[in-house]
Design a protein around this ligand. Sequence first.
Ligand code: HEC
Ligand code: HEC
Length: 505
Amino acid sequence: MNNDGQATESPWKRRFLILFMITVGLPALVGLWLIKRFGGDEPVDYASPTEHFKYGSTGGEHEMGFPYWIWRALPEVCPQYLPGKGYQSLGMVYEKNPDGSDRDVPVGTSMRRFQGIDRVFVNCAACHVSTVRTAADKPPTIVLGMPAATFNMKGFEEFFFRCAADPKFSKEYILPEIKRQGGELDLLDRYLVYPIAIAIMRDRVLALAGRFDWVFKQRDWGPGRVDTFNSAKVIFNFPMAHLDPREFDAPADFPSIWRQRQRKEPKEMQLHWDGNNTTVEERNKSAAFGTGTTPPTIDIARIKRVEAWIMDVTPPAFTDFFTIDAALAAKGAPIYKAYCATCHGASGSDFAGESVGQVEPLAKIGTDRRRLDSYTYTLAVNQATLYAGYPWRFTHFQKTHGYANMPLDGLWLRAPYLHNGSVPSLRDLLEPAAKRPKAFYRGNDVFDPVKVGFVSTLPEANGRKLFRLDTTQAGNGNGGHEGKAYGTELAAADKMALVEFLKTF
Ligand code: HEC
Ligand code: HEC
């Protein structure tokens, strides 16, 4: 009977099983597969703090991230919108693979897999890392925490805006380029995921391009600079067309970000070029906007890792690259102490000084006023609404009326000088404005150890076209920080000694 019993029972059992599979099992499996394929939302993490700084996430890829393979393909799809080959031509810094080729993404970009696609976006290092060469035929050294002196941020933004508006920004052009570069997209990627991603990215970038329209209307910033707070106004939906034009064309040099602890303890300094914020943590979160994060997507834990690292990181010494004439530097030390120390601190590592971290009124310092005027009271009020309801809501932004007396750590790597990078070398800064270069080239990473600054007389470096900064244009003024108090009336020999001393910073 057993056999019979089974024969009558088993079709039902089988039918039930099949039914179960169709109604529950299969969808569950598909669901699991879909979760595996499209779920998950973790950035690539790095154990070492320096790798995290170079390639770690601050949360930006989440909303703004470019699908990895589209990012890779675009320089070949839209080469006409780049000054040369690849993102390298915009001065982005690439590390080498062991075989000597460039790594696939530059320093200053992070990755995350989200909704089934690897995404790439910029992080802090895009604006706070660069390279130095001791001579044109020498290899570059990557320096973390220095201003991104070669990175052309406006060129970078415009590249995406222009490419997205080009008919070639379509799957017909992008997918074959991905294939050519060896991108292994599976069937689903090729026929569904990437075509949709391309369409979405195009819409998003074009929408952003519409909002950032004013960027196109501004004069080029050139490498190493960004119009910080006018960009912020766009993000707050300020009516850009109706603002006072004197707020515009306000490019600011990327600053260095070493030794943050000493900017916080024993007292909090007023920082940012105009000293509009006194807390390191708020500046970091504000900076994170530059990496595409928004209140819901900002990755506080991962930004904290960067924050912790920049607290005590120090700049490389001038003597790691060149030599210093110790006797001459010793002659410069008392001159520095007499003229500069109250405003800039005792040395490159000791920031003690009566007015360090305070704002010097514009009437006294006399440097270009655009960056100061670009930061308005209305913007400060709007920033105070940021992160409203979060414990880390911004409360320390304020409108000031001058520029901050900042410490000069790692000074040699911070050229060109002043907040708008309008003076190419330390030696030039010690001349009165009338004798400083009227125009010069920015973006070279070859260093001039005599004048102390990057070589600024050549229109090209390593095949990269450099940017001619014309100091007669609005926002580029090279005046101010001159007169007896600022050392511009010292004798030539004293200026040489002072410059030698500043190399020790
Ligand atoms: C788009 C380029 C850009 C990115 C990305 C960026 N920064 Fe900056 N950062 C700047 C500029 C420009 C300033 C100076 C702003 C000003 O005063 O006009 C600045 C200022 C700072 C300062 C203050 C320096 C000082 O001494 O006043 C700190 C600290 C800082 N950034 C940290 C960060 C961190 C941390 C990140 C990542 C979360 C980051 N930045 C991302 C461009 C950038
Ligand atoms: C009264 C205060 C004060 C004195 C004195 C002073 N400075 Fe400055 N210094 C400033 C301020 C404020 C700025 C920022 C101005 C700007 O960027 O528009 C500045 C900027 C600089 C910069 C540019 C830093 C950078 O990262 O671009 C250098 C270099 C510098 N000063 C060197 C000196 C030297 C050397 C002396 C002495 C001969 C000196 N300063 C005297 C207030 C002072």
